[in-house]
Each structure stands twice: as C-alpha cells, then as structure tokens.
Design a protein. Structure first.
Length: 192
C-alpha cells in the first residue's frame, strides 16, 4: 500500500506491506491523548485481520521490557509462549542493546518505527519479517507500551544450520523511525 493514505505518519518507505499499512491506518483512527492512543482503546474485534500477528511490549524501566501480548501466529513462529517474558531475550547482546536504545527512543520522543528484521524461527528457518511499531499510553497516561504487527514473509529463506528451540532475532537490515507528529529521535554521535 502506498503511504499517501497514511497522513499523519512521516518517514515511511514508499510502500508498506498490507499488514503494516492496515495497522498504521487503524492506529491513526484511534482517539489520541497528546498525540498517542491509549492501550485500552485497542479493539481486538476491529483488529481481526492482524491480531494473530500483533504484539505489545511494555517498558518496566529503561533496561527492562516485557511481552504483554503475543498473537497466536507469533507464538507459533517463536515455538514458546512469550507473554510475560523479557521482550529482548531472543536477541544477542548487540541486538539487545540496539533494542533497548530503539524502544526507549520510541517512547521518549514519542515515535514509531518500521523495518525488516530477520528472525530464525523455532523450526530453524530464516524468516524476513516486516514490523510496524507504534506507541500507546497506559491508563495513567504514561508512554509505556509499543504495539506492533509482525509480518513474516511467506517465503522463508531456507532451513537454519543451528537447531533452535525458540525464535531469535538475527539482524535488522532495514530500520527507520516513523514521525507521528513529535519528530524523530536525536542521538549523540560517538567520536570515531
């Protein structure tokens, strides 16, 4: 889907997959408090087309993030129940640190993100996956949740060489923050 129909979101690629586009349009349609919807306003009935591939992560503190909702298709891909567990556990140390930085940036700015990640499924296949992440407010109004669609490619990249018992994020070859009206995160540059 072309992004012209997603007025209110900036820095998107020229074209989104159907699941990411449908979720972005749904998020834009929700009532907002200070520019961000409340988590309680999500309606699973309206989200029927993508709820199986939908996840919500909660920030407990700046270093800890927990899966609060994991759709059935993602649970199947992962090979384990993720709800209630560490949301960055499936990443190596480098990818975990990138996740901490990105999650905090999205909640602090606030902004969304879009990208393509490569996952290794519980069955060992490498799966290119489109993700669309947008923030949500908690009942107290704080920015604490990131909700996103996870759309695995129908065509896996082939069996992995390492047997696995659960999903692992291997890389994030394409990533961009999405402006929801507050700009994009600014990071300090490290000296070279």
């Amino acid at each position: 889907m072309a992004v012209e129909s997603l007025v209110g979101l900036g820095n998107l690629p020229a074209k989104l997959g159907p699941l990411a586009a449908e979720y972005a349009a749904y998020w834009l349609s929700l009532p907002k408090i200070d520019g961000v919807p409340m988590k309680r306003d999500l309606n699973p009935g309206v989200m029927r087309k993508f709820v199986a591939k939908f996840v919500i992560v909660e920030r407990l503190d700046r270093r800890r993030f927990t899966w609060r909702l994991v759709g059935s298709a993602i649970r199947e891909l992962a090979g384990i129940e993720l709800t209630g567990s560490d949301a960055l556990e499936q990443r190596d140390d480098v990818q975990r640190e990138k996740g901490v930085v990105a999650y905090n940036a999205q909640l602090d700015t606030p902004c969304g993100s879009w990208g393509v990640v490569v996952l290794r499924s519980a069955m060992g296949s490498l799966v290119p996956t489109e993700v669309m992440v947008l923030p949500l407010r908690a009942d107290d109004g704080s920015l604490r949740f990131l909700a996103n669609t996870v759309d695995p490619s129908l065509r896996a990249m082939g069996p992995g060489n390492v047997p696995t018992t659960e999903m692992k994020l291997l890389s994030w070859p394409e990533h961009r923050f999405v402006d929801i009206g507050f700009g994009l995160p600014k990071f300090e540059r490290k000296p070279r």
